[in-house]
Design a protein around this ligand. Structure first.
Ligand code: SF4
Ligand code: SF4
Ligand code: SF4
Length: 283
């Protein structure tokens, strides 16, 4: 019998909701445990094996000491998968990049505690190490996780969809929220979650990242039609994707970066390493 591939799960700055989704998924897909050997998974077991071929990494890189740990994982793993929006995009963690890091630390920990915790602007892990694949979402979609594992075990390359969420939403026969007066970022957001939020009456907030041909101008017009101000629209665009948009600098489709007097965002963008919308390697 062939040895099972050894798999490890790691967490960086995150809420650990994606790992919880994995644990939940393993309870309903017990067969996966016959196919792989999990050697490290802090949230689910106490053993810590350092011999693994596949590493799933949850969370953003938010401090200098994360970099060394990420590089060590990359050195060991044959395949690295970014697990969830924090690792894939920087996600909600990158919202703090709007402000000087000292201000953020003071706000959270107070003047006395601000130097106790190491921190710097949040980044997706692909800015530190090469990432082979990503499972987007906040949290990840469990079916996509299972499919990704199956593909990897079959030696196939998982692909991320690059069409808008609206396609899945229409297939689900939902009434369009934007037509019902509720903001939804479906037209610019990567599909793959089966339009779960609109299917439950909530507008999409873009946690899977943007499609490569996202029409931000048209999306902004739709959102203005809901009575949202440009600042409020910027906030919607950047909830999960601040890092990607900030990295675009003055080309970002944000009113605040494009010269409406809020230059702090542009300054942040210059301070950040370059990044694009390109997802990690996708076949
Ligand atoms: S992507 Fe969302 S659910 Fe997953 S760890 Fe980050 S904040 Fe939590
Ligand atoms: S509700 Fe959102 S995802 Fe669904 S069709 Fe309308 S804009 Fe697209
Ligand atoms: S509908 Fe949008 S916000 Fe909700 S899970 Fe899907 S991509 Fe994320």
């Amino acid at each position: 019998m062939l040895a099972k591939p050894k798999v490890a799960f790691f967490d960086f700055t995150s809420c650990e909701g994606c790992q919880l989704t994995v644990i939940d998924t393993l309870q309903t897909h017990l067969g996966l445990l016959d196919l792989v050997e999990i050697v490290q998974f802090r949230e689910a077991m106490s053993e810590k094996g350092d011999d693994y071929q596949i590493a799933f990494i949850e969370g953003s890189c938010t401090r200098e000491s994360d970099e060394q740990r990420l590089r060590a994982i990359r050195q060991q793993a044959v395949i690295v998968v970014a697990l969830g929006a924090c690792a894939h995009l920087g996600g909600v963690n990158a919202m703090k990049n709007r402000w000087p890091i000292e201000d953020v630390q003071t706000y959270v920990y107070g003047r006395a505690g601000r130097d106790l915790y190491e921190s710097y602007p949040a980044r997706p892990i692909s800015d530190v190490i090469e990432v082979d694949y990503a499972i987007p979402g906040c949290p990840i979609d469990r079916q996509e996780f299972v499919r990704t594992v199956q593909y990897l075990l079959q030696g196939r390359k998982p692909r991320l969809p690059d069409h808008p969420l609206c396609v899945e939403c229409k297939l689900a026969e939902n009434a369009c929220l934007n037509k019902l007066g509720k903001p939804c970022l479906g037209p610019i957001t990567r599909a793959g979650c089966h339009a779960i939020c609109p299917s439950h009456g909530d507008g999409c907030e873009g946690c899977r990242g943007f499609i490569s041909e996202a029409n931000f101008t048209y999306m902004r017009e739709i959102l203005r039609g809901h009575g949202l101000s440009d600042v409020e629209i910027d906030a919607q665009f950047t909830m999960f994707n601040y890092y990607q948009l900030a990295a675009m600098g003055v080309d970002a489709p944000l009113s605040q970066i494009n010269g409406n007097g809020h230059r702090r965002h542009a300054a942040d963008a210059e301070a950040l390493p370059a990044s694009t919308f390109a997802a990690p390697k996708e076949a």
